[in-house]
Design a protein around this ligand. Structure first.
Ligand code: ZN
Length: 247
């Protein structure tokens, strides 16, 4: 582990508990603490731990983290200790592309700690060349194994795209979401006032973004084909707190 000698012992105990829970020889920092354990969790993900995790296991850890969030039983993070433990190196398990919406902070809603994931945020969670470059760095250079594109319900960017809103640079951003509006199969009211339609477009937008990532990034497509990286989508429900994975 990269944690310094001064790392409190509880972190080690927590890690072992997590290993037992998952039944694998690796740990994922804050993701595996038993709800009853309220001791501060200090470990940051090490390279060896991250490298042993499979993409599916990482997705499972994020699901479990979201479950803890929804139950109000988040891991007792010791952020200062995590900061110190990860200062000399980072070995994140995933790269997340999510919306800037203040109500959808990926680390919080999946109970992740410092060093657990890369996080790119842009309104409407669309991929552009810079985002793709960031993902390529995260996976090919830094070793992340999951690319997660996460949309959310009642997304203002999606509503703006449906309404064809125009405002400065936002106009061009919303244009990137328009294909999802057009591609969404929906027979009812196709307006931004209809939240069912808005959420359907948000989901389609995630699906199209996933496809785009593999199509526009041969680097990530190769990693996906070899099984080294999994590209998945998710929708976060602002009302229920659930992160629903798909793809
Ligand atoms: Zn949004």
């Amino acid at each position: 582990m990269r944690t310094p000698p001064s790392t409190p012992q509880p972190s080690l105990a927590n890690r072992r508990r997590f290993l037992r829970t998952l039944g694998i020889a690796a740990a994922a920092t804050t993701l595996g603490i038993a709800p009853s354990d309220r001791r501060a969790y200090a470990a940051a993900l090490t390279k060896a731990q991250r490298d042993k995790l499979t993409p599916d296991e990482i997705v499972e850890l994020m699901k479990k983290g979201n479950e803890r969030f929804r139950l109000g039983k988040e891991s007792p993070h010791d952020y200062l200790a995590q900061q110190r433990a990860s200062a000399k190196g980072q070995y994140p398990a995933a790269v997340i592309l999510s919306c800037i919406d203040s109500r959808a902070p990926a680390e919080t809603i999946m109970d992740l700690g410092i060093g657990d994931c890369f996080n790119a945020r842009v309104a409407g969670n669309v991929a552009n060349d810079d985002i793709l470059g960031s993902m390529e760095f995260a996976c090919k250079i830094a070793g992340a194994k999951v690319v997660l594109v996460m949309g959310h319900t009642a997304c203002g960017a999606i509503k703006g795209a449906i309404d064809k809103a125009e405002l400065g640079n936002l106009t061009g951003l919303l244009a990137k979401i328009r294909p999802a509006v057009e591609a969404t199969q929906y027979s009812g009211d196709r307006s931004a006032k209809n939240y069912a339609f808005v959420d359907a477009v948000a989901r389609k937008n995630v699906e199209l973004t996933i496809t785009e990532i593999a199509r526009r990034s041969p680097v990530l497509a190769d990693l996906k084909t070899s099984g080294a990286v999994k590209i998945v989508g998710a929708m976060y429900n602002l009302e229920t707190g659930l992160v629903e994975f798909f793809g």
